[in-house]
Design a protein around this ligand. Structure first.
Ligand SMILES: [Zn+2]
Ligand SMILES: [Zn+2]
Length: 173
């Protein structure tokens, strides 16, 4: 995909870039792609590269996904030791952290921080719920009875969804 002036075509957005980040020799890049965009088969091209915009984007969704997976791990560990009925995140936070203040505000289901601006991802909110199901299938939103997501996480999962849609577009072409 390389032409005479060192330009390459980005594996994710298909735009040409003059400062490509070579994936073949980029351990972190490969790891991020594998975790966040498992649908992408990097073996299709022998010299996959990303433009800096997509790389930066991938870094952000990677951080977001890792954080969600850590939350999932904490919740599952907690649930192993208690009644498996649906429980409340505030109660878990009281048990897993020493922080007891601010427990009147809602706790974000994906980043576990307290927030006053949030969106519900209950069973009646399919759009956001579907975004999580697509981007982070490891997350089981039904673990808790009325999960909420803070606004920054809502924006992150929207970004993530957009990147997935670009990948699907690529597959169709
Ligand atoms: Zn790109
Ligand atoms: Zn959050």
């Amino acid at each position: 995909m390389e032409n005479y002036n060192g330009e390459k075509v980005c594996r994710l957005c298909l735009n040409s870039t003059c400062s490509p980040i070579e994936l073949t020799s980029h351990e972190a890049g490969l790891q991020m792609c594998g975790l966040c965009l498992p649908e992408i088969d990097l073996s299709i091209c022998y010299d996959s590269a990303l433009c800096s915009k997509c790389f930066h984007y991938l870094e952000n969704v990677y951080i977001f996904k890792i954080r969600c997976l850590q939350t999932e791990e904490k919740l599952r560990l907690y649930l192993e030791n208690c009644d498996p009925q649906k429980i409340n995140l505030q109660h878990i936070m009281e048990c897993v952290t020493n922080v007891e203040d601010e427990l009147d505000s809602e706790i974000c289901r994906s980043c576990l921080t307290t927030s006053s601006e949030f969106t519900s991802v209950g069973e009646n909110d399919p759009i956001l719920r579907n975004m999580f199901a697509t981007c982070i299938p490891e997350m089981d939103l039904s673990l808790l009875s009325s999960p909420v997501i803070c606004n920054s996480c809502v924006n992150r999962v929207k970004d993530f969804t957009l990147s997935n849609q670009n990948v699907y577009k690529l597959k169709e072409n």
